[in-house]
Design a protein around this ligand. Structure first.
Ligand code: NOJ
Length: 510
């Protein structure tokens, strides 16, 4: 293997509150993760990414942080973090932590001070604060929408408004304020000093807003360029933080939570910026060969320009479960496709079990998206239901018997349990383990250049370089004769009874 450890790493996203409850309160926590490190280890991933465990009033499931350099007692202690890092290293895993530096909780001392100090005060300079429009300042300063629905500005009630790209409980910070910049760097160093292998920068593209806060043009739609996303100025911040990362030994990773297309992502990957930037577009690609072929080529070309590789995201706590988005077979097919492509891969805990999206009752939903959209968008909790470890009865090993998980597990959840799939060679868990094992010897470290092989339009077939294994994905309606592409099947996302690869399936051949 050449290059830093993360160049073609597979990282397992542990959505902390849904992984294992080690303390009996129905919420997953750090002791829980420590008790089940054998799982990611057995999968064969390189790193685990832990979602936030910092003190938080939980208006956005921990992404509203009160103190970035502390651990919420509900999740454990700093001693647990240190212990987890040591234990993870002992089994060959790195730990990646989630840094939420774009905003703080409205309960953070800085924001409480800003609210109290009143209009025009120095305390408000740490936030994006503007006078409202209209004679009495009764209207928001711009027409910017919150990503969670509703306006992105809320009034202080004294004529001034503050910006929150997410929930009103998550005011955005001004990174051009020296104290904000110094505090962010202190946070970064705090976790690097403790030995984390990398950091994920939450809402990476949002840290800088355009001067003058221009309105969005009429007809603007989410996903289009906006004065608060991916501005040139954010890159100066990442260059600074990259220098901090580089001061530490061991190729510490900075990964940007980006949501743009190839040309938006690429600048984050310049040699003096970050090692990884999420490619989220593929999450929403339909299973059509032309879309994937063109999309993969564009991402590869844009990242290779800077000597980097794409970071494929198979699923996360922010989108619908892969098995529901692409269907159960589709999710398995995409997994094998992504694992064969050049680059790193993020695998969301539970997707290796094929967990489907859960339709939760209204009164169980915690995601602020549900409330802020007036119930139109049911939010992201359906992808966050606690993991089933044992078939048995609820809470299926997630917590001690009799403890109610923070989100209810649906009937039949035990059918997806780890203990059940572990003994079933056709399970999604068995496939994931086999794929990760094979990937190391067969795909990892091979040339980044894709050689697309000829075949029917609805088939994706490639090698990396001009030799090596073939990845064959059948995204059409008819079975494909895999013997055209190789002599032997190394692994397939479905059982292959004969020489035919059925629709919605991927095979690795040699
Ligand atoms: C991205 C996180 O993944 C998401 O869960 C959160 O709501 C927003 N950033 C705001 O921090």
């Amino acid at each position: 293997m050449t290059g830093p450890w993360w160049r073609e790493a597979v990282t397992y996203e542990i959505y902390l509150r849904s992984y294992v409850d080690g303390t009996g309160d129905g919420l997953g926590d750090l002791p829980g993760v420590r008790s089940r490190l054998d799982h990611p280890r057995g999968l064969g991933v390189d790193a685990v990414w832990l979602t936030p465990f910092y003190p938080s009033p939980d208006h956005d499931c921990g992404y509203d942080v009160l103190d970035h350099r502390a651990v919420d007692a509900r999740f454990g202690t700093l001693v647990d973090v240190d212990g987890l890092i040591v234990e993870a290293h002992a089994v060959g895993l790195r730990v990646v932590v989630d840094l939420v530096l774009n905003h703080v909780s409205a309960g953070h001392p800085w924001f409480r001070a800003a609210r109290a100090a009143g209009p025009g005060s120095a305390e408000r300079l740490r936030f994006h604060v503007r006078s409202g429009r209209g004679p009495a300042g009764e209207r928001p300063p711009t027409n910017w929408p919150s990503i969670f629905g509703g306006p992105a500005w809320s009034p202080f009630g004294d004529g001034e408004w503050y910006l929150h790209l997410f929930d009103a409980q998550q005011p955005d910070l001004r990174h051009d304020h020296p104290e904000v910049a110094a505090d962010a760097e202190a946070t970064l160093r705090f976790w690097l000093d403790r030995g984390v292998g990398g950091v994920r920068f939450d809402a990476a593209g949002s840290l800088v807003k355009e001067d003058g806060y221009p309105d969005l043009p009429d007809g603007w739609r989410p996903g289009e360029a906006a004065p608060y996303s991916d501005r040139d100025g954010v890159h100066a911040i990442y260059r600074r933080w990259a220098r901090v990362l580089a001061e530490y030994p061991g190729d510490r990773l900075g990964v940007a939570e980006t949501w743009g297309g190839p040309e938006v992502i690429a600048p984050y990957l310049r040699p003096d910026e970050l090692g990884q930037a999420f490619a989220m577009d593929p999450l929403f690609w339909p299973l059509e060969a032309a879309t994937w072929r063109a999309g993969v080529d564009a991402l590869l070309a844009a990242t290779l320009r800077h000597g980097r590789l794409p970071t494929w995201v198979h699923g996360s706590h922010d989108v619908r479960r892969a098995a529901t988005r692409w269907g159960a077979d589709g999710s398995r097919a995409v997994l094998l496709l992504m694992l064969a492509l050049p680059g790193s891969v993020y695998l969301y805990a539970g997707d290796e079990l094929g967990l489907p999206e859960v339709d939760l009752p209204d009164d169980a939903i915690r995601d602020p998206v549900f409330r802020r959209s007036g119930g139109v968008d049911r939010g992201r909790d359906g992808a966050r239901v606690p993991v089933p470890w044992t078939d048995g009865s609820p809470p299926h090993g997630f917590a001690a018997p009799g403890v109610a998980p923070w989100l209810p597990q649906p009937t039949g959840w035990g059918g997806y349990a780890v203990d059940r799939q572990a003994v079933d060679p056709t399970s999604t868990l068995a496939l994931t383990r086999a794929a990760l094992r094979l990937r190391t010897g067969r795909w990892r470290g091979r040339p980044a250049q894709l050689c697309w092989l000829d075949g029917p339009d609805e088939v994706l077939a490639f090698q990396r370089g001009s030799d090596g294994p073939v990845c064959l994905a059948n995204l059409g309606d008819a079975p494909v004769d895999w013997r055209r592409y190789g002599e032997r099947v190394l692994l397939a996302s479905v059982s292959l009874a004969d020489g035919w690869l059925p629709p919605c399936a991927t095979a690795w051949l040699c």
